[in-house]
Design a protein around this ligand. Sequence first.
Ligand SMILES: NC(=O)c1ccc[n+]([C@@H]2O[C@H](COP(=O)([O-])OP(=O)(O)OC[C@H]3O[C@@H](n4cnc5c(N)ncnc54)[C@H](OP(=O)(O)O)[C@@H]3O)[C@@H](O)[C@H]2O)c1
Length: 304
Amino acid sequence: MNRALEKREIPRMGGSVTFLGFGALEIGRDWGLGSGKDRERPDEREANRVLNAVLDRGINLIDTASAYHRSEERIGKAVSHRRGEYVLATKCGEHSREPDTFYDFSYRAVKESIDRSLRRLRTEVIDLVQIHFGPDPEKVIEEGKTLEAMKEARKEGKVRFLGASIDGELAKQCILSGDFDVMQMEYNLLNRQNEENIRLCREKGIGVLIRSGLAMGKLTPRILPYMEEDFPEKGRIRRLLELTEGDGEALTALALRFLHENKGISSVLVGTKKPGRIDRNIALLNREIDGELLTRAAAIGAGD
Ligand SMILES: NC(=O)c1ccc[n+]([C@@H]2O[C@H](COP(=O)([O-])OP(=O)(O)OC[C@H]3O[C@@H](n4cnc5c(N)ncnc54)[C@H](OP(=O)(O)O)[C@@H]3O)[C@@H](O)[C@H]2O)c1
């Protein structure tokens, strides 16, 4: 079995997604660890290579957002002719105004944003549109205008399913509301706050997409040059690296496998601007890992 390409069913969507999904933030906007070139988005040609590598390898889920600057447009240009090969997820509520983004969760802004996403993505229909929560999420939920606009777009046949990208107590509130088919939440070896939410989604047939499954690169070899600096998770990452004898890729393999063990997770949206990482991450997910090592890594990640 290829763990990366294992299809996981999302009952509320009546379909399935590959366990390894693709996060398209990194191909549209500067992002991630470090500074300068390390964070810079790729040029258009390289972004095109990443996106086609994703589909060539059989990954069937692409997650983007209207706020990821060039991401939607690049997906539209590079792979819209292969539209049948991927489940397409985008977001609304946070908007791009390069080099910044801004929030507008009003009915009108959200309707316009969905129409703009359809044009940029060069598609007739978006499979999943998610609320891209920012500051003051309580207000967005309470006013309900964003959800109203998303439901209207669904009625018009522009989107098929609705989701929310949010964590913790408010995620739980969204899950229990019954309005959402999919939840996008942060979860990784170092951050377990959504564990109970993941369980609840599984019980309700709601899909779970994981963002920052590699802790934005901290659970990859990219952390190695920063291990002399101070940052909150440093102690736990050092102990994890002791387990892997300093091997950064082995750390990534542990982080991915930890997620794979959780059957409530539909897909982990690993982001990258580098085409070669797609093959690497597939290979790392398929590495044999000693069960005891994984148990120890999980305990260290949880702070035990
Ligand atoms: N609010 C939201 O809804 C929200 C927020 C954040 C993210 N997201 C979604 O989640 C996706 C992923 O989240 P994320 O970017 O925060 O974190 P992530 O997937 O945990 O980490 C991505 C980082 O890991 C690096 N990486 C990936 N595979 C690697 C490997 N094999 N070796 C070395 N480095 C590797 C990438 O660097 P390179 O580019 O150098 O490969 C990238 O900077 C995003 O693309 C986006 O779709 C959503």
